[in-house]
Design a protein. Structure first.
Length: 226
């Protein structure tokens, strides 16, 4: 007997005037982390909105749509858009790209909000190295890269030191497999691959970051061994 294949229907996307959007109490994000709302607003002004808002129709007491939409997923982007609207740099009726969810008894707005935050995967440090290096090779200064991504110039310089063009194959291998953190990699000696192999054997044997000087002393391993 043939097994029926469950068809998937994606939520529709459309532009909704900003003044038809409202914050949602279903948004699970409460803490403040990452770049500020002002920094996000500045980034949107520079490169426009990169990701749509996830919205649900607001219903009245009888369950009919009111024409308004709440934003359970994308609250930070919504608040960032509020700033240019208040400053009259963006019209309050400006069309905002949204993914419109149909009310569903099996999935709540809280679940959508939680899923968007949990399913997000942070960029691996090695990928960040490559991206910064690519921007540098296209002529952007370290200062301009730092300003565009709201990090210190020293952070950009650190990442560029570990860029793919400067890393040995040993460091790239273990960094890409998540066996080696960005701070651990930064403390590996900038020398030959043979020394990197020796360093990583020590790193793996003692299960501690190489920059932990106390651990090196306790295990009688001197930095000169590397």
């Amino acid at each position: 007997m043939a097994i029926a294949v469950l068809k998937i229907t994606l939520s529709a996307s459309r532009d909704i005037p900003f003044n038809k959007l409202v914050p949602s109490q279903s948004n699970v994000r409460r803490g403040k982390a990452g770049i500020s709302i002002q920094e996000l607003a500045d980034d949107i002004a520079r490169r426009t909105l990169l990701q749509s808002l996830n919205v649900w129709p607001v219903l009245d007491a009888e369950g009919a749509e009111t024409g308004m939409f709440e934003v359970p997923a994308g609250g930070r982007r919504y608040r960032a858009l509020q700033l240019p609207v208040k400053q009259k740099r963006l019209a309050k009726t400006a069309p905002i790209p949204c993914v419109v969810r149909e009310p569903c008894v099996d999935i709540s707005a809280e679940e959508d909000s939680l899923a968007e935050n949990i399913h997000r995967v942070a960029l691996h440090p090695l990928d960040q190295f490559r991206a910064f290096q690519a921007l540098r090779e296209k002529g952007q200064s370290e200062e301009k890269i730092a300003a565009a991504f709201f990090v210190g110039v020293n952070v950009v310089k650190q990442r560029l030191r570990l860029a793919i063009a400067r890393c040995s194959r040993v460091i790239r291998k273990h960094s890409a497999s998540s066996e080696l953190g960005v701070f651990d990699a930064d403390h590996f000696p900038s020398s030959t691959e043979a020394r990197h192999r020796r360093a990583f054997r020590i790193y793996g044997a003692y299960h501690a970051p190489l920059h932990d000087r106390n651990h090196l002393r306790a295990s009688r391993l001197r930095p000169s061994h590397l």
